[in-house]
Design a protein around this ligand. Structure first.
Ligand code: FNR
Length: 400
């Protein structure tokens, strides 16, 4: 029988992908606590369905940074997609186009910025790992020249991390799977200053940390909107607002980097409260069902991204597999939307959620105060300026 949900795709993919590559894709860091918690906390949020409404006609479309998409599920940036299918990111990009959604291309992709742009029929984001000033400038310029719609800077990998399972398996990513943007061909044929030697000593594109103070420099390189991926606290979210970024992906990298953190969904409410409408918020880490999508949207995300399920779809059936994964999520979201009494994704609010006690209150008192302030602002009882200055003083931002 064909897969009917994402877990069917996962088990089918597992039986075809070689063991060590499978462990690399599916694993989490250290004890996998954040990885497991991503799912268990999403599962512990329950829905309060609403009935006796006319929900026969439904519209799942939305906009992300002004780009129309057919439904609020996007492709997360993920490296090395030819590990599971020879077409890799080309297949994923075509599938995203068919599904009417955004494809994000990783800095560490097998296929290059330009190859992917050539086959795209929908909007593209370029995910950036900072590679030093010259090379970052080069990557950003190439993405802009190739028609990408946003730069998505991943910030939650300040130094290289390793997964113990990969150490045990003595697993090294095959270099050809993550150097698509740094190939010798690109480096010598065009005006690019990319240095293939950048990988020396890293094994992967380097994780050169940027700091908040360097964001104005990054923004000055491009007219494209800047999205920051990997934010998990009100404090960092408020600093992102201060630096005038356009979007935030609340993400714990699918539990792949630092372990022993909250799940990604637990961190969404504090980021939403701190940003309070000044930037678009997206969510990833653990999305496997349409009901997960509606939960994230109800907590304030404008859209979600999927990571590992891309690999499952690719491994099972290339482009058609990714299309099917996206189609399943579309249908599941459509169904749960109707059962919650909505006809459009704009109508979703947190009244449809029954939250577990862990998520009802933040244990950090000032996060609760910010949520209270955001509530006052939404009721028109305090101005935006009052909200911003009270939040900054609660978080000590003016001193940073
Ligand atoms: C990733 N992810 C990732 N993120 C990023 O910003 N740049 C990257 O190159 C990669 N590479 C990557 C490879 C693989 C194999 C995986 C599984 C993931 C993280 C990704 O964008 C996303 O945050 C998570 O995958 C979301 O969690 P789920 O959907 O996998 O649970």
């Amino acid at each position: 029988m064909d897969p009917i949900n994402l877990y069917d795709f996962e088990s089918r993919a597992k039986s075809t992908v070689p063991h060590n590559a499978w462990s690399y894709i599916s694993g989490g860091s250290q004890d996998g606590l954040a990885l497991k918690r991503n799912r268990s906390m999403l599962e512990s949020i329950l829905l309060r369905p609403r009935f006796l409404r006319d929900v026969r006609k439904r519209n799942l479309s939305t906009t992300i940074l002004g780009e129309a998409i057919r439904f609020p599920v996007m492709i997360a940036p993920a490296s090395s997609q030819t590990l599971v299918h020879p077409d890799g990111e080309i297949a994923t990009t075509k599938a995203a186009g068919t599904a009417g959604t955004i494809m994000s291309l990783s800095t560490s992709s097998t296929k290059s910025i330009e190859e992917v742009a050539n086959v795209a029929s929908g909007p593209l984001w370029f995910q950036l790992f900072h590679c030093g000033r010259e090379q970052t400038e080069d990557l950003v310029r190439r993405a802009e020249d190739s028609g990408y719609k946003a730069i998505c800077l991943t910030v939650d990998t300040p130094i290289p991390s390793h997964k113990e399972v990969d150490v045990r398996n003595n697993w090294k990513l095959p270099p050809e799977t993550y150097r698509g943007n740094f190939s010798h061909k690109i480096a010598t044929n065009g005006p690019s200053r990319l240095d293939p030697g950048i990988f020396e000593g890293h094994g992967k594109p380097p994780t050169i940390p940027l700091t908040f103070e360097q964001l104005p420099w990054l923004k000055s390189l491009t007219r494209l909107p800047l999205v920051i991926k990997g934010i998990r606290t009100a404090e960092d979210a408020a600093l992102c607002v201060k630096y005038d970024i356009d979007g935030i992906v609340v993400s714990n990298h699918g539990g792949r980097q630092i372990d022993c953190t909250l799940s990604s969904i637990e961190t969404l409410p504090e980021v939403v409260a701190a940003v309070n409408g000044k930037a678009e918020i997206y969510f990833d880490s653990g999305i496997r069902r349409g009901s997960d999508v509606i939960k994230a949207l109800a907590l304030g995300a404008r859209g979600v991204l999927i990571g590992r399920p891309i690999f499952w779809g690719l491994a099972v059936n290339g482009q058609a597999g990714v299309e099917k994964v996206l189609d399943i999520l579309y249908r599941e979201l459509d169904l749960v939307l109707a059962y919650c009494g909505f006809t459009s994704v704009d109508q979703i609010d947190d009244a449809i959620l029954h939250l577990p006690v862990e998520m009802e209150y933040s244990r950090i008192p000032y996060v609760e105060e910010i949520r209270g302030l955001a509530d006052l602002h939404s009721k028109g009882l305090i101005s935006r300026n009052e909200f911003d200055s009270k939040r900054e003083s609660l978080l000590g931002i003016e001193k940073q």
